[in-house]
Design a protein around this ligand. Structure first.
Ligand code: ADP
Ligand code: MG
Length: 701
């Protein structure tokens, strides 16, 4: 690629000019030639198919016909003035109408000639009609009519259309640009890679993505551009990782010490699963290498990530370091604080909580204890990185429920120490492999792919409103056994008051269903003060209340093993990963549990699929794949912080195979040639440097 040429502002392209350029920038974010070239069509119209007039039955369908022009006349006055042409083929008649450029078109039309006509057919007074058709003279010698076989369709906007940049207009300027660009486009990948994966030269890929010769070349072009896109994203991610390991030292946790051993032998209330053991081992190996660890731990809800984090923290503490654990919400941070304290029993480890509502006085004490090294574990929210917290010696930072923390925030944590702390990231629910490799492609990944033994499956039911008696029956049955129940309402973003109204009405109904004084209800919702929320949560945790009615604040992390029923109201309004998270709140003890998904009768297709998926499977990895397919990566939570998901052509739900190939190619490339010094990799290096896809390139000379 010749970058300077491709960075020419679109204004200078023939047929664009300052006004259209301004619109292209504002409406489509197209600034320079490169942006326009990579404004790929979002679909193609098959122009190889010709209809007969009598085959046209659907209103407003786009069709292509060959007709003979019979007559042309201008009718009407002033604003109603129009050009009308009558045309036919051997099966029927059709009318062609123009409201604009009448004179010019009239002059150029040749009655009695054959034309290829393309446009949207409407039925007007019983007549078939096309307004402003595309047309060209039929030439039997050129069966391809300007080589249009698959015509590109480009996204445009109302404003752009006013200025002549509808799909067709954009097609025109792209054709012009493509023509001019050809000499300036070099291959971005060397031949040994394009050969191996049957990819086009970049030039052919660009030509065929915009103006495919046929569906076969379109497929090759699409694959090539997807591969290129994913390849350079992976190059950037893996380069970041490589530089980090070359540049940053890591704390070395040499020994397994007293605290770890004491906890393991005396306090750990269960046997670790094999998966938990394996992950702890992987982390331990990482922390002995002298390289900073950046590891993602993926595990399904309830797979026991917390205890893994705790044991790794103990390892750090035994080696003389402090640790912190960061959670996305105050409730979750508080919950972690209590559950770690409970696991640790006595005070052989100093542990504290820092959130937005920590008082200034307490904060000051905390700061001192951190600075002196007295405090071993600090648990908190964002406050942890925003606050001027200074550690004496932070050796490990654990981030729970990662997908709300961006790369930038991870980076802030590093700056808390001279030698950056090891970073352990834990996801709330599994995310699909493709997404993990793109969002967290610079991290190593461990998977806890096993649930603790003895977990009973959670029976999931989908009930409609008119089956609510069954819901109450189940709730009563479980509460009578001494169990507890969650009832969750969706957050309605547009209306917090409506939210609250739903929730409070729900509570009233529940109260009438459970009239006896021994039944108590906790209520938690977004408009309560943190302190009040915490109080209500604790009542439920301690078993003082039997029913917890809440909006989704309980979504992440609460752990009440005695709870055996999760009722989700308006379940169709929740996303799949949220539903899965919520369901994971039950089935934590040894008892058989239930998840009841309540919904209205009217469901969208996606809504139905989501609920069916929940009923059919409990496998978080499977659910996350379906979620990705339904929603597309653009809507997966957390992507805002990450530019890597603004993909131009690749689709993480569909292109798993290409992504794997691209990533493996990069891995192999860096194994052989980490600094891209080998002449055979020059194309890659050039493109990488020029586009600044990577971070500082000081290692590449
Ligand atoms: P998550 O991975 O969703 O964060 P938690 O760490 O909250 O899961 O663990 C869920 C529950 O399982 C907790 O009550 C925890 O104490 C328990 N648990 C964790 N590991 C085991 C194990 N190996 N055997 C039995 N119970 C376990
Ligand atoms: Mg957790």
């Amino acid at each position: 690629m010749e970058i300077p040429f491709l960075k020419t502002p679109v204004e200078f392209l023939k047929g664009v000019g300052p006004q259209r350029a301004d619109l292209l920038r504002k409406e489509l974010g197209i600034f320079v030639y490169y942006d326009l070239l990579s404004h790929y069509p979002f679909r193609y119209i098959d122009r190889t198919k010709f209809y007969k007039i009598n085959e046209i039955v659907d209103n407003l369908s786009l069709i292509q016909i060959i007709v003979r022009l019979k007559s042309v006349e201008v009718i009407g006055e002033k604003s109603a003035k129009r050009l009308v042409a009558q045309a036919n083929d051997d099966t029927g008649n059709i009318e062609l109408v123009w409201f604009q450029s009448i004179k010019w078109i009239e002059k150029n039309l040749q009655p009695n000639s054959l034309y290829v006509i393309f446009g949207k057919v409407s039925f007007f007074n019983g007549k078939k009609q096309i307004t402003h058709p595309e047309l060209e003279l039929y030439q039997s010698t050129n069966p391809n009519y300007g080589n249009l076989t698959l015509q590109p369709v480009y996204s445009s906007t109302e404003k752009l259309k006013i200025f002549g940049l509808d799909s067709k207009g954009i097609q025109k300027i792209i054709a012009t640009l493509l023509q001019q660009s050809l000499p300036h486009i070099n291959n971005v990948l060397p031949q040994y890679i394009t050969d191996k994966y049957h990819l086009y030269h970049s030039v052919d890929a660009l030509k065929n993505i915009h103006f495919p010769i046929n569906s076969q070349t379109l497929k090759f072009a699409t694959n090539t551009l997807k591969f290129e896109e994913l390849f350079f994203i992976q190059l950037k991610l893996l380069r970041t990782k490589l530089l980090r390991t070359q540049k940053f030292k890591g704390n070395v946790f040499t020994k397994v010490g007293d605290k770890f051993t004491y906890f393991f032998h005396n306090l750990l209330p269960f046997t670790l699963t094999d998966a938990q053991k394996r992950v702890i081992k992987e982390i331990r190996l990482d922390t002995q290498k002298g390289i900073q660890m950046n590891r993602l731990v993926q595990g399904d809800v309830g797979s026991g990530k917390t205890v893994v984090a705790l044991m790794v923290m103990l390892l750090a503490i035994d080696n003389g370091y402090q640790t912190c654990l960061m959670a996305p919400t105050e409730i979750l941070a508080t919950q972690h604080y209590h559950s770690l304290k409970a696991l640790l029993k006595n005070d052989f480890v100093n542990i504290a909580l820092l959130t937005g509502s920590t008082k200034t006085k307490e904060r000051r004490i905390l700061h001192q204890q951190l600075l002196s090294g007295q405090l071993n574990i600090l648990i908190g929210t964002h406050a942890l990185i925003e606050d001027p917290v200074v550690f004496k010696n932070l050796g490990l930072a654990v981030i729970d429920e990662q997908h709300r923390f961006g790369v930038e925030q991870r980076a802030k944590l590093w700056r808390k120490n001279i030698i950056p702390p090891h970073i352990l990231v834990m996801t709330a629910t599994p995310i699909p492999r493709t997404l993990a490799m793109t969002l967290y492609g610079d991290l190593d990944v461990s998977v806890i792919d096993e649930l603790p033994a003895g977990r009973k499956p959670i029976e999931t039911l989908h009930l409609y409103e008119n089956q609510r008696l069954r819901k109450f029956g189940l709730m009563q049955q479980e509460i009578a056994k001494g169990r507890q129940v969650y009832v969750v309402y969706p957050l309605i973003k547009e209306s917090a008051t409506l939210d609250l109204k739903n929730l409070l009405e729900g509570c009233e109904v529940i109260a009438t269903e459970f009239p006896l004084p021994q039944y108590k209800i906790s209520i938690v919702h977004g408009q309560m003060k943190a302190k009040d929320k915490e109080f209500e949560m604790q009542r439920f945790v301690k078993g003082e209340t039997q029913i917890m009615v809440a909006t989704t604040v309980i979504e992440v992390g609460v752990n009440v093993p005695n709870a055996t029923v999760m009722v989700i109201e308006n379940a169709e309004r929740f996303g799949l990963s949220q539903l899965h998270q919520l369901r994971g709140r039950v089935g934590r003890g040894a008892d058989y549990s239930f998840c009841i998904l309540m919904s209205s009768q009217k469901l969208t297709k996606d809504g139905r699929t989501r609920l069916q998926t929940m009923v059919q499977t409990q496998d978080g990895f499977k659910i996350s794949e379906i979620d990705l397919q339904l929603r597309g990566p653009g809507n997966i939570e957390g992507k805002e912080q990450s530019g890597v998901l603004d993909l131009k052509i690749a689709d993480l739900a569909l292109d798993q195979q290409i992504l794997m190939e691209a990533r493996n190619t990069v891995i192999q490339l860096f194994e052989e040639d980490p600094d891209l010094k080998n002449p055979k990799n020059e194309l890659i290096k050039n493109y990488f440097i020029q586009t600044k896809t990577g971070i500082t390139l000081d290692k590449i000379s």
